[in-house]
Design a binder for this molecule. Structure first.
Ligand SMILES: C[S@@+](CC[C@H](N)C(=O)[O-])C[C@H]1O[C@@H](n2cnc3c(N)ncnc32)[C@H](O)[C@@H]1O
Length: 286
């Protein structure tokens, strides 16, 4: 069962995940880490090891601070999630910190050209890999993530990346917001300036096809944690109603298009398909 049970209504928020996560903060953790943990526990009601009668639970995720990073360990009694933690590392892990070339599918889907770096609005930030890839080309990225625990892990990864000389420049191009962009309506879009029309990126969760060995264990944790995004059609409709130069929807090859809207352009790349939409009545260019 995913930690956030499916909620079909618009602006759906993940629910009940708090009861299945326990926070473990080693004694002697640096002060900002303690503060972040205290704020997280207070705000979301996550259990921590100091909660009366709390014991490490076999069927709980453990959110642990180790090796200068927040890491999410799967429940000891879990089906196929392994033992390795999920954490966001743009400094050392090439699966997170991918530098995007203009000839690569995501850059083509975004229609990036040599001297043009539009604002990207990533409505489904997740673990930030696409946001990072686009920021690596020089784009500024405004990213939204509504699952508080996913946001917490990504925020931690970005903070470490901003503090490291190797990754600082890219990390500083990404602004991460907690929540659904629809709740911030009007506050971040310049409706009057067509030249700054942003690129919208959507990569909603789609059910895992199998427990294939190709899916890394930490990604299985992520899928188990977040579940499926049942309101992706509504999010897409909302994004399409805003000014933009492109709308990119990232999908598995077999998935239907969002809202059954035919894309202007489809870019297939192995296990991923990019459906690209243009403003109404503008001819496709690639
Ligand atoms: C498949 S993941 C995105 C992965 C991401 N593209 C990456 O590169 O790591 C989808 C994420 O979008 C989030 N999400 C889905 N709908 C959302 C919404 N309306 N607002 C904010 N976040 C949303 C989910 O919580 C989940 O973390």
């Amino acid at each position: 069962m995913p930690l956030s049970p499916p909620v079909a209504e618009s602006h759906a928020q993940p629910a009940h995940w708090q009861t299945q996560v326990q926070l473990n903060l080693p004694s002697g953790a640096p002060c900002p880490v303690e503060l972040a943990a205290a704020a997280f526990v207070r705000h979301w009601g996550v259990r921590d090891e100091h909660t009366p009668h709390a014991r490490p639970s076999q069927d709980c995720y453990q959110l642990t601070y180790a090796m200068d990073a927040w890491q999410l360990f799967p429940p000891v009694q879990s089906d196929g999630l392994g033992k390795h933690p999920l954490w966001v590392d743009f400094i050392h892990n090439p699966r997170f910190a991918q530098t995007l070339l203009l000839r690569e599918p995501l850059a083509k889907a975004a229609g990036l050209r040599a001297n043009q770096r539009p604002l990207v609005i990533d409505l489904t930030a997740g673990l930030g890999r696409d946001a990072w890839a686009l920021a690596s080309t020089g784009c500024r990225v405004m990213a939204f993530e509504r699952h508080p625990l996913v946001h917490f892990l990504l925020n931690d990864g970005l903070a470490r990346a901003r503090a490291h000389p190797k990754t600082r420049a890219i990390a500083e191009r990404i602004t991460l917001h907690l929540g659904d962009a629809r709740q911030h309506e009007g506050s971040f879009i310049d409706h009057n300036n067509a030249l700054t029309a942003p690129i919208w990126l959507l990569d909603p969760m789609f059910p895992e096809r199998s427990k294939s060995a190709l899916v890394k264990k930490d990604m299985r944790i992520f899928h188990h944690l977040v579940g499926e995004d049942f309101d992706a059609d509504e999010l897409f409709n909302w994004a399409r109603s805003n000014p933009g130069s492109r709308w990119i929807v990232k999908r598995p090859p077999q998935a239907p298009t969002l809202n059954f809207e035919p894309p202007a352009l489809v870019i297939e790349s192995g296990r991923v398909r990019f459906d690209c939409y243009l403003p109404i009545s503008v001819p496709a260019r690639n």
